[in-house]
Design a protein around this ligand. Sequence first.
Ligand SMILES: Cc1cc2nc3c(=O)[nH]c(=O)nc-3n(C[C@H](O)[C@H](O)[C@H](O)COP(=O)(O)O)c2cc1C
Length: 194
Amino acid sequence: MDTPLTDAETETQRQRAVAWIVALTANIPRPASHRYAQLLLARHQRGELSIAQVAALLSTSIYRVLYRSRATRHFSAGQLQELLAQARPENARLAVSGMLLYSEGMFVQAIEGPEEAVRALYARIEQDPRHTRVETVSEGLMPARQFAEWSMDFGVVEGPEVERVLGAIEGQQPPPGLAIVNKRLQALLQAFLD
Ligand SMILES: Cc1cc2nc3c(=O)[nH]c(=O)nc-3n(C[C@H](O)[C@H](O)[C@H](O)COP(=O)(O)O)c2cc1C
């Protein structure tokens, strides 16, 4: 029978998973935009969906952007809290949800919601002088929210663990034995691998 993980073990796994996901995004190619819309169109062309069904599915879909960037200077816990305190009410107002990860001076963020709101917010975030080298990892319509419960969830990893995980994931392979127990991280990983 499996021995339940202690809180400290769960936290270590969570931190390793955050570092892995952040590093993973540094290597993956950019998937095509609007993959979901293309998929629906292909299903229509195969006679599986009527145009009305495609339209209905698109009208309930959400827009999601995943990007990575570099902080222009070290962020303290207080500065990260300040950023989140700014982001959360604004995202709630815009019906935008998502997740922000910070690891070794690198940000990875997923934002999702109504297309216009997400595009406008992303354009603002891109201009923010607190980070630079903002690169879109993927962008497009998705069938549903993946971070519905969080106006902006947040994770942080610090320390040499990041380097160890980076070494282990060459070839985009997860470090052996890494189990992602945190549901939020599973959702983000799924988002990046879609
Ligand atoms: C890494 C990073 C992530 C951010 N995420 C958000 C966010 O999710 N929502 C938000 O409203 N602002 C976010 N911001 C802050 C925006 O860039 C910007 O400061 C804020 O929207 C206010 O914009 P304004 O000064 O043009 O009104 C983020 C900034 C950084 C550096």
